[in-house]
Design a protein around this ligand. Structure first.
Ligand SMILES: Nc1nc2c(ncn2[C@@H]2O[C@H](COP(=O)(O)OP(=O)(O)O)[C@@H](O)[C@H]2O)c(=O)[nH]1
Ligand SMILES: [Mg+2]
Length: 492
């Protein structure tokens, strides 16, 4: 901390050679004291916390800073800056905020506490904290009248707790099954590792590290697992600084692992001797790769139920999945449709919607839950239809969804995927940006669903990719997480 405070020293020294009468000297001293009290501001020091300020990403943070003694800072210059004095994070000078040279990334995100300046409070409000806000700031206060100044360094540590990891299958590869673990929205960067059912670390493959537009970390860690032991694999994300650990586990049934019959090994050995083995082996494994989902689906059919408010796009989504007009408009009754979709046997149940703005009559609510009897012994997946719009999703709408889903079972969230219908409304923009804008209630709902969602559009009927990807997400959810189907008491 540097400090220059000159005004107490000037004029107080009276040298022995100076001669004045007792009364003259008294007058001089009184005159000096009067002059000092009238025109010189008091000396001040700048104080702030010694420990770093922890700022939650996306939220508001206050960087504390105050003067001591608590003189008014209204007439002083208050300059918050990082490395470059001339490019302030925030500048208050001549009794007003001056944004002329403000660092662009802080535009519209900073403020002082105007009502508190007179009490010597020069703290900075920082809105919508970003990862790039992490680091040191200087709170610099200067008196123009006297050229005296003081400053203090305030450190900011940005904290963002990311999502639960999501595990997905990449397919057969190198004689095992390729898995990917993904977790997003972290700061600082966490560690990701894979463990077996005993908690022992597994040799994992490559880690991909990316940053989202807010600078938060997205991590993907890959692994190839082989049959053995309990076939349970855990992906663990650890952020030591904030003592955060998030985990996800998968269980892969033994019969999903690739088994090479003994005759095949003998055959390859024979080919190896003749020198033509490599292309043949590559072809063999290439054919198996990517077929995992198909194999799973052929063993067990998929049962899906569509739920949501009226006009959410449930019937339309059901028709898109089955690629025919199975469900009509004005769904007043439960309806079921079956079909072969992307190599799978699929059952889709369409339901009447609940009311968005008013209490849904009890008989309608119980009718919605009774629709599950159309897909015994219970659905694998509950698709909660929520249309894509720009506006936030009202708390009331989310409350209606939570109420109706929980009428099915308390475990319903483990089987739920949010289906963002009317995906064409996005016009090619990123769904994650749309989700971010649509409010805290929706974010909490997504979290309850393990952040599983899928974008769907009735206008996208080209190649069936959106339907196949939806089915794969359902398969990841039910088989990889060993969830099976939703047990509904009256279906048991
Ligand atoms: N543009 C567009 N319109 C859709 C989409 N999905 C549904 N709609 C329209 O939204 C309205 C309500 O859809 P519907 O499936 O009947 O809703 P439900 O009450 O939830 O079954 C209908 O006019 C549909 O044509 C979509 O993906 N894109
Ligand atoms: Mg309908």
């Amino acid at each position: 901390m540097s400090q220059v405070s000159l005004f107490w020293t000037e004029g107080l020294l009276v040298s022995p050679e100076m001669k004045c009468s007792r009364s003259e000297c008294l007058c001089l001293v009184l005159l000096f004291l009067h002059h000092t009290a009238q025109s010189k501001p008091e000396r001040f020091q700048v104080f702030g916390p010694a420990d770093p300020v922890v700022a939650a990403a996306g939220e508001e943070a206050v960087l504390p800073c105050h003067l001591q003694p608590n003189i008014s800072a209204e007439d002083l210059e208050v300059r918050w800056f990082r490395e470059d004095f001339l490019a302030p994070v925030h500048l208050y000078v001549n009794k007003r905020n001056d944004y002329t040279n403000q660092i662009p990334s802080y535009r519209g995100r900073t403020a002082l506490f105007p009502g508190e300046l007179k009490k010597g409070n020069t703290s900075l409000r920082l809105l919508g904290v970003k990862a790039s806000d992490d680091g040191s700031y200087k709170c610099f206060v200067k008196s123009k009248d006297t050229d005296s100044y003081d400053d203090r360094v305030i450190r900011v540590t940005v904290k963002a707790i990311g999502t639960e990891p999501v595990i997905s299958i990449e397919g057969y590869t190198e004689g095992g099954i390729g898995l990917q673990c993904e977790s997003k929205g972290w700061y600082p960067e966490p560690e990701v590792d894979w463990r077996d059912s005993e908690g022992r670390g597994l040799p994992a493959g490559r880690t991909e590290t990316h940053r989202d537009p807010e600078g938060l970390f997205i991590l993907r860690k890959h692994i190839i697992v082989h049959e053995g032991g309990a076939n349970s694999f855990t992906c663990r994300v650890t952020q030591r600084q904030f003592h955060q650990v998030k985990e996800a586990q998968v269980h892969i049934p033994g019969d999903f692992f690739p088994h090479i019959p003994p005759w095949t090994i003998a055959f390859f050995l024979l080919l190896a001797v003749s020198g033509v083995a490599i292309p043949v082996i590559i072809t063999y494994f290439y054919k198996r790769k990517g077929k995992l989902h198909e194999e799973i689906a052929q063993m067990r059919g998929l049962r899906i139920v569509l739920l949501g408010k009226t006009w959410a796009g449930k019937s339309t989504a059901g028709n898109t999945i089955l690629s025919r007009d199975e469900f009509g408009r004005d769904t007043e009754q439960c309806a079921v449709g079956h079909g072969r979709v992307a190599g799978r046997q699929v059952t889709v149940v369409d339901t009447p919607g609940w009311y968005e703005h008013a209490d849904t009559p009890e008989n309608l609510s119980s009718q919605i839950t009774s629709c599950l009897s159309l897909c015994p012994p219970g659905p694998h997946a509950v698709l909660l239809a929520i249309p894509v719009w720009h506006s936030t999703v009202p708390e009331m709408e989310i409350a209606a969804a939570v109420k109706h889903l929980e009428l099915l079972s308390q475990r319903v969230w483990r089987h739920t995927i949010v289906l963002f219908t009317r995906g064409d409304f996005l016009g090619g923009t990123d769904i994650r940006q749309n989700i971010k804008r649509r409010g805290e209630p929706l974010h909490r709902l997504l979290e309850r669903c393990g952040n599983r969602y899928h974008v769907f559009s009735s206008q996208d009927v080209e190649d069936g990719t959106q339907v196949r990807e939806l089915l794969e997400k359902i398969e990841d959810m039910i088989y990889l997480r060993n969830e099976g189907h939703l047990e509904w008491p009256s279906l048991a």
